[in-house]
Design a protein around this ligand. Structure first.
Ligand code: NAD
Ligand code: MG
Length: 285
């Protein structure tokens, strides 16, 4: 096990930001916008915390209105994200929803479209993993079900619903993972969903390119978010990220610019069907 990075700590899923030591950096005091998403309307699933919160803040500072989805237990985190977005003078639509429920997932997209008055950017970012297990034999059907429904099925449902409203110039961005390339034994089901997301990203980019819609993914390495203490063993959390070439975990604020790059017609107009790695040096090929 690597060097201690964080105090050993544990939460239960979905995890809350206020219970983390130290608190993650979502770019609250650092991210500077440059009109890269002026007037865009973006849906960010799992936008209450972690990477999703950093993306919501960055998008707002680039001039976008935002809708975020989250689980009802995460209302406090959602309120905090909304506060930062609204401080920029941008709208933040808050939608509590369990995305493993197909009807509710589809409904949540329609709510976002109605409240935002349309949709230009979809960030499929909600995700679930479970790593507190010894071996493959310990993987339960319930864990597989929850992981696949959250990471893969919900991505299909949300994207299908969104596509009824996306036009030329729109962008879809999926959150994949270093786990798609270098899977951990304890995350076998999760890693498989992330590999599938890469495959779906390339495939959808091929279908939607002729409609002027770009589809890409961001592959984070170890990033300091509630997901980690909520799903990993405390001693794994303590060493989290120490085995990367850069020798540390990343902060959500360090991942958000990749989403901006892919979402923006200014920077990403000819970028589709690819994966941007933000991994602290681990390979994404
Ligand atoms: P996070 O816990 O802050 O965000 C994940 C969000 O997913 C939660 O806030 C929650 O709102 C949402 N979610 C989970 N289950 C849901 C459900 N059933 N219905 C609706 N929403 C649900 O953690 P994060 O690390 O920012 O995760 C964001 C994405 O980044 C995930 O897809 C995750 O797999 C991916 N990722 C994270 C890391 C990392 O090290 N943190 C690395 C690679 C990829
Ligand atoms: Mg959360």
């Amino acid at each position: 096990m690597g060097d201690q990075q964080f105090p050993a700590q544990q939460q239960q899923p979905p995890g809350l930001t206020d219970q983390m030591t130290p608190r993650p950096d979502h770019g609250e005091t650092s991210y500077r916008g440059a009109d890269k998403l002026t007037g865009r309307r973006a849906l960010v699933t799992g936008g209450d915390s972690g990477i999703g919160r950093a993306v919501a803040i960055a998008f707002a500072r680039e001039g976008a209105d935002v809708a975020i989805t989250y689980l009802p237990q995460e209302q406090a985190d959602a309120d905090e994200t909304a506060r930062w977005v609204r401080t920029e003078g941008r709208a933040c639509v808050c939608i509590p929803v369990d995305l493993t429920d197909e009807a509710a997932a589809r409904r949540s997209v329609r709510t976002a479209v109605d409240e935002l008055g349309g949709l230009d950017v979809v960030v499929n970012n909600a995700g679930f993993q479970w790593a507190r297990r010894e071996s493959f034999a310990d993987v339960t059907s319930e864990q597989v079900e929850r992981t696949v429904r959250t990471n893969l099925y919900a991505l299909f449902w949300v994207t299908q619903e969104a596509l009824q409203h996306l036009g030329p110039g729109a962008a879809i961005i999926n959150t994949t993972s270093i786990q798609a390339y270098q899977p951990s034994t304890a995350l076998i089901d999760y890693a498989s969903t992330k590999a599938a997301i890469n495959n779906v990203t390339v495939n959808l980019a091929a279908e939607l390119g002729p409609r002027g819609i770009r589809v890409n993914a961001v592959a984070p390495g170890p990033i300091w978010t509630p997901l980690q203490p909520a799903t990993q063993e405390p001693e794994k959390v303590a060493a989290f990220g120490s085995d990367t070439p850069l020798g540390r975990a990343g902060q959500p604020a360090e991942v958000a610019p990749a989403f901006v790059f892919l979402a923006s017609p200014v920077t990403g107009s000819y970028v589709s069907g690819t994966v941007v790695g933000v991994t602290g040096g681990r390979p994404v090929f």
